[in-house]
Design a binder for this molecule. Structure first.
Ligand code: URA
Length: 287
C-alpha cells in the first residue's frame, strides 16, 4: 500500500466513513486472522467430536443428543443467552458499584469490544431526577462519562434553564458502550443492555425520569411510537418494585440539528420543573 500523504488521507477518510474514527490501540489487530484462527479451532473440535462419535457405537438418530456441543461458526453468542446473562448479572448487583463492576465484566455485547470505556453514569446518584440518554459518542467514550460532548453542553444549558446542574441530577444511558461511528444501537444491542439500565434505575431510585430521544423512550416504555408522538406526556417506567413517572423529550443531538424544535423541549423542561417542584412540596408536607 502506498504511504503517500494523499493516499493516507483518502484511507483515513474511507475509515471515517465506515465509522472507524478513533484509534483504540497503538498496534493494528488483524481481525481477519483472528476470525480464521477461530474457525480453524472450531473445525478442529468438530472433527475431534466426529472422530469420537464414529469410534464408539453409532447411536440411532433418536438416541443422539440434539447438539454435540460444538457451536457452528455463525452462532457466536446467541442474543437470548446474552440477554439472560445480562439479566442475571444485573439482578445480582445490590449497589450501583456492584452494577458497575458487573458491567465491566460483562462480555455479551459486541459494542464493548470496540469501545474504550464502559460509560456508567455522571452526577449525583442521590438526585431525585435521573436522565437517560441513548449511548456514548466519541467524547463520552474518551472521557468515560455520559453527555460531555456537544449534546452534553446543550443538556447542561437546558438543565441550567430550570435551575439544575450535574450535582442535582443523575445521568446515564441505555447503552454503556459507544456504537462505532456513533450509529444508532441495533434492537439486539438495546435488548442486551436493557437489564443493566433497568437495574441502574432501580438502584438509583429517582423520583422522576427524563428520557432523551427515541432509544431510551421506546426501550423503557416498551413502545414503537416515535419521540415526536411520545414527547411531553408523562408515562411510567417499571423499575423493580417501583413505578417511576417518566417524561420523554427530544434528545439534545436532535435539537442541535433541528433548533426550531427547541420550543417543544422548553415546554417539556417547564413541565418537568413543575413536577419536580410538586413532588418536593408533597415530600415537605409529609415530613
Ligand atoms: N448522547 C447520548 O445519548 N448520550 C451520551 O452520553 C452522549 C450523547
Amino acid at each position: 500500500m502506498s504511504t503517500e500523504p494523499v493516499r493516507l488521507e483518502e484511507l483515513l477518510a474511507w475509515y471515517a466513513d465506515a465509522g472507524v474514527d478513533v484509534p483504540l490501540r497503538d498496534e493494528p489487530v488483524n481481525r481477519f486472522a483472528e476470525h480464521e484462527a477461530k474457525l480453524k479451532s472450531i473445525e478442529k473440535s468438530r472433527q475431534a467430536a466426529t472422530r469420537r462419535q464414529t469410534s464408539s457405537a453409532i447411536p440411532s438418530p433418536a438416541d443422539r443428543p440434539p447438539n454435540l456441543g460444538v457451536p457452528s461458526p455463525q452462532l457466536a453468542i446467541p442474543n437470548t443467552q446474552a440477554v439472560e446473562d445480562a439479566m442475571a448479572l444485573a439482578a445480582q448487583a445490590s449497589s450501583l458499584e456492584e452494577l458497575r463492576e458487573a458491567m465491566l465484566g460483562f462480555e455479551g455485547c459486541n459494542l464493548k469490544f470496540g469501545a474504550r470505556s464502559t460509560v456508567f453514569a455522571d452526577g449525583s446518584p442521590l438526585a431525585r431526577l435521573m436522565i437517560v440518554g441513548e449511548g456514548p459518542g466519541a467524547d463520552e467514550d474518551a472521557q468515560g462519562l455520559p453527555f460531555v460532548g456537544r449534546s452534553g453542553q446543550l443538556l447542561d444549558k437546558m438543565l441550567a434553564a430550570i435551575g439544575l446542574d450535574r450535582t442535582k441530577v443523575y445521568i446515564s444511558n441505555i447503552i454503556p458502550w459507544r456504537p462505532p461511528g456513533n450509529r444508532k444501537p441495533t434492537p439486539a444491542e438495546t435488548d442486551i443492555c436493557l437489564p443493566f439500565i433497568r437495574r441502574h434505575i432501580e438502584l438509583a431510585a429517582p423520583d422522576t425520569l427524563l428520557l432523551l430521544g427515541n432509544t431510551p423512550s421506546q426501550a423503557l416504555l416498551e413502545t414503537s411510537d416515535g419521540i415526536t408522538r411520545l414527547r411531553g406526556a408523562w408515562k411510567e417506567v417499571e423499575a423493580g418494585e417501583r413505578t417511576i413517572p417518566a417524561l420523554p423529550s427530544f434528545h439534545p443531538a436532535f435539537l442541535l440539528r433541528q433548533p426550531a424544535q427547541k420550543r417543544y423541549a422548553w415546554r417539556d423542561l417547564l413541565n418537568l420543573s413543575r413536577r419536580l417542584q410538586e413532588t418536593a412540596d408533597t415530600q415537605t408536607k409529609q415530613t
